[in-house]
Design a protein around this ligand. Structure first.
Ligand SMILES: Nc1ncnc2c1ncn2[C@@H]1O[C@H](COP(=O)(O)OP(=O)(O)OP(=O)(O)O)[C@@H](O)[C@H]1O
Ligand SMILES: [Mg+2]
Length: 251
């Protein structure tokens, strides 16, 4: 099984509320279609269909109405993405975290994976997404697509894990690094920050932190630029490295 996250930074214009990048949506779906993998689990981020709405939820008194607006926004991006996948003949269906996952203090506590398992058995590609989710400790909390990736990586032991975003990988001293040794994360941390736009899930720093945790459990992942033509195809079909690999030890 291959686990692939497509960042909201790829599918949407994060600088403009609820604005999809139609050309990228099509380009992503085409590469997924051409790869012809039925053992694929997709996760996507919220981009401007969720981060601004979640920021409003957090700052405006955490109303259920604002929680709904956040879920509605990211669900609508999920629908747009799945429509595009279907137009490229990719048999994809949604799994909405609000309905299937609960958190405890911001971390995934329960996830009934029966639906996901049956989708894969039926050659259906599940498409999960960052979402606003009920938290047993505290009303709702924001669940990032990156945390979903880390959780599924540990549960499902995929053969490959890719995190597509809008930069070439982890940038350190102005250049992409090809490998991050999870044991040396602290040396790089000061150069890895959040996001240049509204991002309620901590941008690159929280993303890398999630991936460093799974690397310490022996699970390797790769952050790459999914806006660059062909990178998703390269990731899905070949063994060619396109971004930054995060693993334990030297590569
Ligand atoms: N050292 C770094 N290397 C690379 N990117 C960095 C670094 N520090 C901060 N960033 C920022 O992280 C951003 C990517 O994280 P961001 O959360 O915005 O994207 P995403 O996770 O793909 O989108 P979404 O959260 O909507 O799924 C980059 O656009 C960049 O501005
Ligand atoms: Mg992000």
């Amino acid at each position: 099984m291959i686990l692939l996250k497509i960042g909201g930074s790829v599918l949407t214009d994060k600088a403009r509320a609820s604005t999809v990048r139609k050309d990228f949506l099509r380009m992503v779906a085409q590469q997924i279609a051409n790869a012809k993998r039925d053992d694929l689990v997709l996760v996507h981020g919220a981009g401007s269909f969720g981060h601004p709405q979640a920021a409003a939820y957090l700052s405006k008194g955490r109303s259920i109405s604002d929680a709904w607006k956040t879920h509605r926004a990211v669900s609508s991006l999920n629908t747009l993405f799945i429509n595009e996948l279907h137009s490229q003949r990719v048999p994809a269906l949604p799994i909405h975290p609000l309905d299937s996952i609960t958190l405890d203090g911001g971390r995934i506590a329960r996830f009934d994976m029966a639906v996901l398992g049956l989708m894969l058995e039926n050659d259906i590609i599940p498409v999960l997404h960052g979402d606003i989710v009920l938290d047993s400790a505290d009303g709702f909390n924001i669940l990032s697509g990156d945390q979903i990736v880390a959780f599924l990586a540990q549960r499902m032991q995929p053969e490959k894990i890719g995190i597509g975003t809008d930069v070439d990988g982890i940038i350190y001293k102005g250049e992409k690094i090809s490998h991050l040794n999870a044991n040396e994360f602290e040396n790089y941390r000061k150069e890895i920050v959040g996001s240049s736009v509204v991002d309620v899930t901590g941008g690159m720093l929280r993303k890398v932190s999630e991936l460093v945790e799974i690397a310490k459990a022996g699970i390797q992942s790769e952050i790459f630029n999914a806006t660059r033509g062909g990178n998703i195809a390269k990731f899905l079909i070949s063994n060619q490295q396109v971004g930054t690999i995060i693993s334990i030890g030297t590569k």
